[in-house]
Design a protein around this ligand. Structure first.
Ligand SMILES: [Mg+2]
Length: 324
């Protein structure tokens, strides 16, 4: 296939674009709640509601100090060490075991990221997760060394009650990703296009030189469009089972869920991929056809490597012929 040289960077969303966030967070939070129900003897609903209140405050349900910051801790405040040993530590281990089992990149993600960089393109992540949550997740996935930079929302601070071990690890830089991180102000949460604009300015690139991948039609694609980048919709990231959506709604504050998971919506984006590996096909100059039906008016002609609409029409997805 013809290589189109003018794409010089790939900017990608993280959650549900590089890994199925829901597939890990649901079992991990549930395992943690199970542990807390056992160790505190409190009803499940009380545990869930206490945690949810903290998650909502921090706008993240990966806030790792939710338990000691919740009202669950109040009766035991006089003795943090016992609470740590008997409640926090078992809960942390339960979460960790589930996370290690269920947090995985989508197929081909690692190889695709490696190939993008091998080709000399810049590779940058743009996420609405807090800095520490994003860094940790990429570290757990062993993907933190794959990026030229991560752009995140502001980090959460360590709370008053935290084990000395965590303070020591934090001071020693154990929670820091290998890639440089830029914290964007909270108001730059997507679909605010200014986050990507900042990346373009930092890289010295024009929007048309950038391919932007994300799973949310409402949050990610407007960011690409406003910056003149080639927006690529990771449609596969929106396939979240109904059961998992329901289980997540029980434990996750609504505002938090919205940040991580694209809402079920009829909205489509004309350039859709069914696997992250198809980013390489687009870089190779694979053609795509825009859908015949609604939403086709949003397709822009002549944009980026694959932006020319094919004559075939109707498929609305990436043409397969570009596969290497
Ligand atoms: Mg996402």
């Amino acid at each position: 296939m013809r290589r189109v040289p003018r794409l010089r960077a790939v900017v990608t969303d993280l959650d549900n674009t590089l890994y199925p966030w829901v597939d890990y967070i649901v079992p991990a939070l549930e395992a943690m709640v199970d542990s807390l129900v056992t160790t505190t003897g409190l009803p499940r609903v009380r545990v869930v509601q206490s945690l949810k209140a903290v998650y909502a405050r921090h706008q993240s349900n990966e806030y790792p100090f939710a338990i000691q910051e919740s009202e669950l801790f109040a009766p035991y405040e006089a003795d943090f060490d016992s609470f740590h040993a008997l409640v926090l530590e078992p809960a942390r281990l339960a979460f960790k075991a589930a996370r290690e089992r269920f947090l995985r990149p989508y197929p081909g993600v690692r190889e695709t990221l490696e190939e993008i960089r091998r080709r000399g393109l810049k590779l940058v992540a743009l996420t609405d997760a807090p800095r520490n949550a994003a860094e940790l997740r990429l570290k757990w996935l062993k993907l933190d060394g794959h990026f030229d930079a991560l752009y995140t929302l502001p980090a959460y601070a360590l709370p008053d009650h935290v084990s000395p071990e965590i303070r020591r690890r934090q001071a020693a830089g154990h929670y820091v990703a290998r890639a440089p991180v830029v914290e964007l102000p909270l108001e730059l949460e997507k679909p605010n296009p200014a986050g990507l604009a900042r990346i373009l300015a930092d890289l010295g690139l024009d929007g048309a030189e950038v391919l932007y991948v994300g799973d949310s039609v409402k949050k990610d694609m407007p960011v690409a469009e406003a910056n003149g980048a080639l927006g690529v919709w990771a449609e596969y990231g929106t396939y979240v089972s109904h059961e998992y959506r329901e289980r997540l709604a029980v434990i996750s504050a609504k505002a938090v869920t919205r940040r991580h998971v694209a809402e079920e919506t009829p909205a489509r984006w004309p350039l859709a991929i069914s696997s992250f590996t198809q980013v390489l096909e687009l870089l190779d100059g694979a053609r795509w056809t825009r859908p015949a039906g609604a939403g086709a008016g949003r397709a822009r002609r002549g944009r980026g490597a694959a932006g020319r609409t094919g004559g075939g029409g109707g498929a609305g997805a990436l043409a397969r012929k570009g596969r290497r």
